[in-house]
Design a protein around this ligand. Structure first.
Ligand SMILES: [Fe+2]
Length: 411
């Protein structure tokens, strides 16, 4: 009994801790080419010098030029740091800090996907800590007294939600493991949803990012953390927007309205991570993604339905609310039946994404290690159920195509 109560208490800790972390409440500007408003935004806030942080790919496409021009038109000096790698290290963060100091940056503008946004958070934080030392990245929390240097997020993908999340993933060194850090005092002052930036992503990236965004909203809805109605509504809206608009952008990549809807969905998903945390879908995706080098969104697509179906009994009322909100079910429907309609819609959406068929990719000898990683990772989340070793093993079987979901049940 004592050990059960202890486990229950520990499971509630992430939800308690995350509530105590102050979240950014940025202003939002949205629309195609809205990054040209960056100068006006910075002038209004009184910044005289900004560092634009981006990666080599976006830099070579000149996506930063519109931002530089708008800053210069407003009499604000701009420097560009374009060395962010797909897996940024502490060394890259330190180089970014040096670039910010050299130009006297009063604001960091992050233009890019999750890696750029996360590295920029570390740069903005490190500036206030008088350089971020690599050992800081070993810590689960990074406390920045008096807040980080102000940051403006300009996401180039619609998925991670990193434009607003307080977490950042950075490697300590080139050959080091990735570490996730929650920044206490992150000062994201504005998010610019210029969905023109997302148009040129390959279809596979659009699909993976979209499913990732949806998973943030859905894991948020079913999380065991109590949040205000407005946050719950944003999480449900995230799911609804992806269900409606991801199929459209997959067929019509330059549809402005649907691209913007996907950018909004990603932002709402980011809010869900901040306020409600993720769950076992992410714990499974992190473990199999790291072991078999599967991109995050693809690993989420593999884990989403097996985990959600397994948890269905434990959160069928919440799943029904999502199904009704999305127009997939009626108020009169029994919760289990309504949840099934949502699961069917997710199934169809994932099929439309045409993710590669991986066959049986999980090796039997890896099960023990994966189960441990998933169990260890899950402690950071607020899932509606607690999975034992056998449950996780069975779900790995389902993800691996060895068993049907109907053969395993949770709740
Ligand atoms: Fe995710």
């Amino acid at each position: 009994m004592a050990s059960y109560l202890l486990r229950k208490t520990i499971r509630r800790l992430p939800g308690v801790v995350i509530k105590a972390v102050p979240k950014p409440r940025p202003e939002i500007t949205e629309g195609f080419q809205s990054r040209q408003k960056t100068g006006d935004i910075c002038k209004e806030k009184g910044y005289r010098s900004c560092l634009i942080v981006t990666d080599q790919t976006l830099f070579s496409l000149d996506y930063h030029e519109m931002i530089v021009k708008s800053l210069e038109e407003n009499g604000i000096s701009a420097a560009v740091f374009h060395d962010i790698a797909s897996e940024p290290t502490a060394g890259i963060v330190e180089a970014g800090e040096a670039a910010a100091i050299a130009c006297g940056a009063e604001c960091v503008i992050a233009l890019g996907g999750g890696s750029v946004l996360d590295a920029a958070k570390m740069i903005a934080s490190g500036l206030r800590l008088h350089r971020l030392r690599a050992k800081s990245l070993l810590h689960k929390f990074l406390y920045v007294p008096n807040k980080s240097v102000p940051m403006i997020s300009v996401p180039s993908t619609a998925g991670t939600g990193a434009e607003i999340t307080v977490g950042a993933v950075v490697k300590k060194s080139d050959d080091g493991a990735k570490g996730s850090t929650v920044i206490v005092g992150l000062n994201i002052v504005h998010v610019i949803l210029d969905s023109e930036l997302t148009i040129h992503a390959p279809q596979s990236v659009t699909a993976a990012c979209g499913i990732d965004a949806l998973s943030h909203g859905l894991e948020g809805v079913v999380a065991s953390v109590h949040v205000p109605e407005a946050d719950m509504r944003e999480s449900m809206e995230c799911v609804k927007l992806v269900l409606e608009h991801l199929p459209i952008v997959l067929k019509t990549p330059d549809c402005e309205a649907s691209r913007l809807a996907m950018s909004r969905a990603a932002l709402y998903g980011g809010n869900a991570i901040n306020e409600q945390l993720a769950g076992y879908v992410h714990a499974f995706a992190h473990a199999i993604g790291a072991q078999y080098h599967i991109p995050h969104g693809n690993a989420i697509a593999l884990s989403l339905l097996p985990v959600m179906r397994f948890q269905k009994e434990a959160c069928s009322q919440k799943l029904k609310e999502v199904a009704v909100y999305c127009g997939l079910a009626q108020d009169a429907d029994e919760p289990g039946a309504a949840a099934d309609k949502l699961m069917d819609a997710l199934d169809s959406l994932i099929a439309a994404c045409q993710f590669p068929d991986r066959g049986e990719f999980i090796l039997q000898e890896d099960y023990r290690m994966l189960i441990k990683r998933i169990t260890d990772d899950s402690i950071n989340y607020s899932a509606p159920v607690v999975l034992g070793r056998k449950d996780i093993s069975r779900l790995l079987d389902v993800i691996n195509g060895r068993k049907e979901n109907a053969d395993v049940h949770g709740g």
